[in-house]
Design a binder for this molecule. Structure first.
Ligand SMILES: C[S@@+](CC[C@H](N)C(=O)[O-])C[C@H]1O[C@@H](n2cnc3c(N)ncnc32)[C@H](O)[C@@H]1O
Length: 231
């Protein structure tokens, strides 16, 4: 459900991950920034849970909770991953984190290609501050129109968080969309009625779409950020 990440030195993936190589690599890149092993981790905006499952299996946090606003997505995750005792899923709104979880209950929050949809990013940032333990991290990977990143960074700082690193990964995302285009086209043709193919292409960011061009020409930037709550 994300646009993916391509790299000259891709991680070694298991057979079960190869078909979803590029979306999985976006998770891998996001999570590689800090150690997750033994940590209490929350993923906000987990979608259908494939990224959360990969992080749980390969990065070995103590526990990982996936959260999403979509009841359908969360029901799917609960059913699909019900045998994994370190992985659980809950429905919730990214703008109400402080009401859902106890203060200081997570070491790391992961957030992949979800925050651009939030109607109040500042409420999200404040909730992150509340639920992170002191010294805890938010790993945020997402895109915005280029002039929208400064306000996002201001809102993170206003919430009391420190931006440790901001990496522009737009070219890696464009390359992923290029290299993954056959799979994406095939999925669109298999899963959507022909009349909706162009809408689905735009949503999937395949080559030639307005969204793809906006990444390629720098109108939209895709960032991977490491953000910390001070100790
Ligand atoms: C593009 S999908 C990405 C899903 C997943 N992170 C991935 O990379 O495959 C964005 C996800 O954010 C979720 N989302 C959007 N607004 C949300 C909100 N306010 N609270 C929680 N999740 C939200 C959507 O339901 C969707 O599953």
């Amino acid at each position: 459900m994300n646009y993916g990440y391509a790299d000259d030195q891709p991680p070694q993936l298991s057979d079960c991950d190869v078909d979803n190589r590029y979306p999985i690599q976006l998770y891998h890149h996001t999570a590689s920034q800090i150690p997750l092993k033994g940590k209490e981790v929350l993923e906000v905006g987990c979608g259908r849970g494939g990224g959360a499952e990969y992080l749980g299996r390969c990065f070995r946090p103590a526990n990982l909770i996936g959260m999403d606003i979509s009841e359908q997505a969360v029901d799917f995750c609960i059913e699909k991953y019900r045998d994994d005792k370190h992985l659980s899923f809950v429905r919730g709104d990214a703008l109400a984190l402080g009401q859902l979880f106890s203060p200081e209950s997570f070491d790391v929050v992961v957030n992949v290609e979800s925050s651009h949809r939030y109607t109040d990013f500042s409420a999200f940032a404040q909730g992150i501050y509340t639920i992170l333990s002191p010294g805890g991290h938010l790993l945020l990977t997402d895109f915005r129109k280029s002039d929208k990143w400064d306000p996002v960074q201001d809102e993170l700082r206003e919430a009391g968080l420190t931006i440790i690193r901001t990496e522009d990964i737009t070219s890696n995302v464009v390359r992923a969309l290029d290299e993954d285009s056959v799979r994406r086209e095939t999925l669109i043709e298999e899963m959507t009625p022909r009349i909706l193919n162009n809408v689905a292409r735009e949503f999937a960011g395949t080559k030639g779409t307005k969204l793809y061009r906006s990444f390629a020409n720098g109108e939209r930037l895709y960032y991977a950020m490491v953000i910390q709550k001070p100790s």
